[in-house]
Design a protein. Structure first.
Ligand code: TXA
Ligand code: MG
Length: 345
């Protein structure tokens, strides 16, 4: 299959181009779509045959459910039932945005989307062009991150093509994503709102809206089975081995020098904050931006892992951050990239 790239300028949306993408989706094809978090692999979320193709294209395990992306608030009523009035009021404030909620599903949602569960994950992405596409499709779009299963999520069209070229009909290219890690997944089916996957919206932030916000116990304890099936799989892993050092500038320099000295036979890449770049000029390195602005880090995180893979490095050393606030969401991804190889100083 030849994968088309459909370029779109967000500031002056070419409806003809969007219609091309919608036409593919309406007949059951796959189109990778931009969102503010990461690129998604979109299909008609109410068409079971189209949804099955998503699992094939990604090599995704069949028990890992998909998020339905909606364009307008009222779409939620078509897909979910028994929604609390208070939750609706809050969602009206937080959507569109990087928040996915898990609710009881209506029968219209195929079991292929929910992977057999009686719940459905729903999100309204904060990208006008993507919401416009969803409207043209007249159906919610099922869309997991557009990577091959186990790989880092793509945050631009080129990285999407790296995994999906030849596997899907088209990529809608609206440039790079502004957040770079996936949405926060919040379960609203129990008494207390529970974070199943951390993201840009942190527990602290969500506590401004919900009185109680808990973290799924599996996020705190590795032995517990996660409620979000996707959390249990190998994930966000480049080909290279990854080691994360949670340290300030000085200690990171000392500790990474030790690793570099002990691994002279390996090609090593680094992901460091801009204040450390000059310490590693003779190595392949990725700039994580300002240590005090973690959005700069999340925006480049997955792209950086892919870039270093392309340079053919064997080992990637990453300057990790403290697990608090947004840092906890970033570290949730990094720990998986590193298969738990994280040292805290
Ligand atoms: O930012 C995002 O959320 C991106 C963009 C494309 O919207 N999408 C994304 O989808 O990250 P995916 O499929 O890669 O991750 C969805 C996560 C998985 O961990 C999945 O197990 C969980 O949401 N999930 C989906 N439906 C669920 C449900 N009914 N109950 C519990 N967890 C669910
Ligand atoms: Mg994913």
């Amino acid at each position: 299959m030849k994968t088309q790239v459909i370029k779109i300028n967000e500031n002056s949306i070419d409806i003809k181009a969007l219609e091309k993408a919608a036409d593919i989706i309406k007949v059951g094809g796959l189109v990778a779509i931009p969102t503010e978090t990461v690129y998604g692999l979109g299909a008609d979320g109410l068409n079971p045959e189209a949804v099955k193709k998503i699992f094939q294209a990604k090599n995704r395990p069949g028990d890992n459910p998909l998020i339905l992306h909606i364009a307008d608030f009222q779409d939620i009523y078509r897909l979910a039932k028994d929604i609390r009035e208070d939750d609706l009021v809050i969602l009206k404030k937080l959507w569109p945005g990087p928040l996915t909620v898990v609710l009881k599903k209506k029968d219209i949602v195929p079991l292929e989307v929910s992977a057999g569960l009686e719940t459905v994950a729903i999100r309204m992405p904060d990208k006008d062009v993507t919401r416009e596409l969803i409207r043209l499709c007249k159906s919610p779009l099922a869309a997991p991150s557009a990577n091959l299963s186990t790989k880092p999520s793509p945050t631009n069209a080129l990285d999407t093509l790296e995994d999906m070229d030849g596997r899907i009909e088209a990529v809608l290219d609206a440039g790079p994503c502004s957040i770079g890690i996936e949405s926060t997944v919040l379960d609203l089916t129990e008494d207390v709102a529970t974070i199943l996957r951390p993201g840009f919206y942190t527990r602290e932030f969500l506590a401004n809206y919900w009185q109680d916000v808990e973290l799924d116990t599996a996020l705190k304890n590795d032995k517990q089975a996660p409620k979000s099936p996707g959390q249990k799989y190998k994930h966000y892993a480049p080909n290279a081995e990854v080691r994360v050092l949670v340290a300030n500038k000085k200690i990171f320099l000392e500790e990474s020098k030790k690793i570099l000295d002990n691994n002279k036979d390996k090609k090593i890449g680094l992901m460091v904050f801009e204040d450390s770049l000059k310490d590693f000029v003779s190595y392949e390195s990725v700039n994580l931006g300002n240590r005090d602005n973690l959005l700069e880090m999340s925006k480049i995180l997955f792209e950086g892992l892919r870039q270093l893979d392309k340079k053919g490095v064997d080992l990637i050393i990453v300057n990790g951050v403290e697990e608090k606030g947004y840092g906890a969401s970033i570290m949730n991804r990094l720990k998986k990239s590193a298969s738990g190889n994280v040292k805290i100083y």
